[in-house]
Design a binder for this molecule. Structure first.
Ligand SMILES: NC(=O)c1ncn([C@@H]2O[C@H](COP(=O)(O)O)[C@@H](O)[C@H]2O)c1NC=O
Length: 497
């Protein structure tokens, strides 16, 4: 007779599996409460305690951690092991099904460490890892989704199936431990641990990656809150790979501002950002900033979308609209476009670190959550308040544009955004030329030469905001003074590659 060890935290849905095992002449061995549950369902069960001849102790901390169990799982199908089992009166275990203590769920309940550690399953992962190592001899089931595979193939659980289930088992225990590890790292504020074991779980299969010939999947961090883990999609197709990336940028931009702001994103860079007295005005000014690039773009708001703005937006082709709130009528209007994705996003960005892959590794850095170190006027003082506000607005926008980036703005509306250029002067020419009548200019990094200031003079720019810090700062300051342009240093660079 074969033997199956069943030890599960959640007992539901095990009856069918147990019935099939019994029909196929397996003896069922179970831990305390699983055994009780199965008995209550009318199954005949042998208690682990009767196998080990040792009670479960320390409030369940030790139940299956015993040579009579692990010897039965880990023994190989070789003479030497058979002899050992016989000598020590250990019976082989052919099948193991475990589901683990719900550490992840309990983590979300904010228990204190004393209570929480009791949800770190020790015996369960040990059973799983032992059976997975011994997959040729012991079948290991961990994922309820694989139950049908077992049931269908119960008479011939071949090598491929066993090995596949072992791979799933090690994948699960690695994930389980990654959750525990990240809990301790967070608790101890260990920001850059020796090993990164992010608890990431497959959330959605994406239609494709950046291009149709690239496969892609979205993995969600199951222990950290983020706006992607908590949004409501009110309409439209499922999100694409590029949507995810653009939404991420769009939402971070609008959350940079206190005032009512709208922004449009194309290919991860803003093509329009503007404030408005109301929702409609903010959108209209974004559209005005670049009526060409917004086509097929992502539009985000940091405030409620009204029906009248929805009517305007409906006139153009957009991929995604994101906002914390929508008027009911606005949703009805936008829903007429059945593919348009409408996202009600509840969370503010709170991701602390960013991860970027390079061939063979991952770069980890803190997210850029700051704006400036100090605001130092380096030309004649004072600077009119409206110019100062406009400069800070433009600096917030340029922070999120791809480097090299220059933003030219007027009355809190980005009129020209030059971004992603390999040198600063091209970005400046782009921004100034598009803006035509901009008033302030913001740069994401310092000016290595005075050429940007000279160009700004040609376009009648009144004030420039930039980090400063170049060895030729004095050249730029001198030209600014000659042209009557005010200049402010922020002492903080915002490259975005
Ligand atoms: N301590 C042990 O030896 C041990 N062996 C199995 N478990 C876990 O105990 C749970 C089942 O226990 P019960 O059948 O008593 O409800 C399962 O989630 C299983 O993963 C154990 N518990 C924790 O480590």
């Amino acid at each position: 007779m074969k033997r199956a060890l069943i030890s599960t935290y959640y007992k539901n849905n095990i009856e069918k599996l147990v019935s099939v095992l019994i029909e196929n002449r397996y003896e069922i061995i179970s831990t305390g409460n699983t055994a009780k549950y199965l008995e209550s369902q009318g199954f005949e069960v042998v208690k682990v305690e009767d196998v080990t001849e040792f009670p479960e102790i320390l409030n369940g901390r030790v139940k299956t951690l015993h040579p009579k169990i692990h010897g039965g799982i880990l023994a190989r199908d070789i003479e030497e092991d058979r002899k050992t089992l016989k000598q020590l009166n250990i019976k082989k275990i052919d099948f193991v099904y475990v589901n683990l203590y719900p550490f992840e769920e309990k983590l979300k309940e904010n228990l204190d460490i004393k209570e929480l550690i009791e949800y770190i399953d020790i015996g369960g992962p040990t059973l799983i890892r032992a059976a997975a190592k011994s997959f040729e001899n012991t079948i290991i089931l961990t994922d309820p989704e694989d139950m049908d595979l077992i049931i269908k193939n119960i008479e011939d659980l071949n090598y491929e199936i066993r090995r596949y289930l072992a791979a799933k088992a090690f994948n699960l225990t690695a994930h389980y431990d990654s959750i525990i590890s990240s809990y301790f790292n967070n608790l101890l504020k260990i920001e850059f641990p020796k090993y990164i074991t992010l608890p990431l779980k497959k959330k959605s299969e994406l239609r494709y990656g950046e291009n149709p010939h690239q496969k892609a999947v979205y993995y969600e961090n199951t222990t950290e809150e983020g706006f992607f883990s908590n949004f409501e999609q009110l309409n439209g197709k499922e999100l694409s790979y590029n949507n995810f990336k653009d939404i991420d940028v769009a939402w971070k931009i609008v959350n940079e501002f206190e005032e009512k702001v709208c922004c449009a994103i194309k290919h991860q860079t803003p093509c329009g950002v503007a404030s408005g007295r109301d929702n409609l005005e903010a959108f209209k000014r974004v559209y005005e900033c670049d009526p060409i690039s917004i086509f097929g773009g992502i539009v985000a708001f940091n405030h409620k979308v009204t029906a009248e703005t929805a009517k305007e937006m409906k006139k153009i082709f957009l991929e995604v609209i994101i906002a914390p709130e929508f008027e009911e009528e606005a949703v009805n209007i936008l829903k007429k476009k059945k593919n348009l994705r409408i996202l009600k996003v509840k969370e503010k960005p709170h991701q602390k670190f960013e991860y970027v892959s390079v061939d063979g590794g991952v770069l980890v850095q803190e997210r850029d959550t700051k704006l400036f170190k100090s605001l130092k006027i380096v030309t004649e003082e004072p600077i009119a308040e409206y110019l100062m506000e406009d400069m800070i607005f433009a600096f917030k926008v340029v922070k999120h544009a791809k480097s090299n980036a220059i933003v030219v703005s007027k009355e809190k509306m980005a009129k020209g955004i030059g971004s992603g250029q390999p040198n600063r002067i091209w970005a400046a020419i782009d921004a100034l030329d598009r803006a035509k009548d901009g008033v302030v200019l913001a740069s994401d990094a310092f000016f290595p030469f005075n050429d940007v200031v000279k160009k700004a003079g040609e376009y009648k720019i009144k004030a420039i905001i930039q980090p400063g810090g170049s060895i030729r700062d004095e050249d730029s300051i001198k030209v600014a003074k000659e042209l009557g342009i005010s200049m402010v240093f922020t002492n903080m660079r915002h490259f975005k590659h």
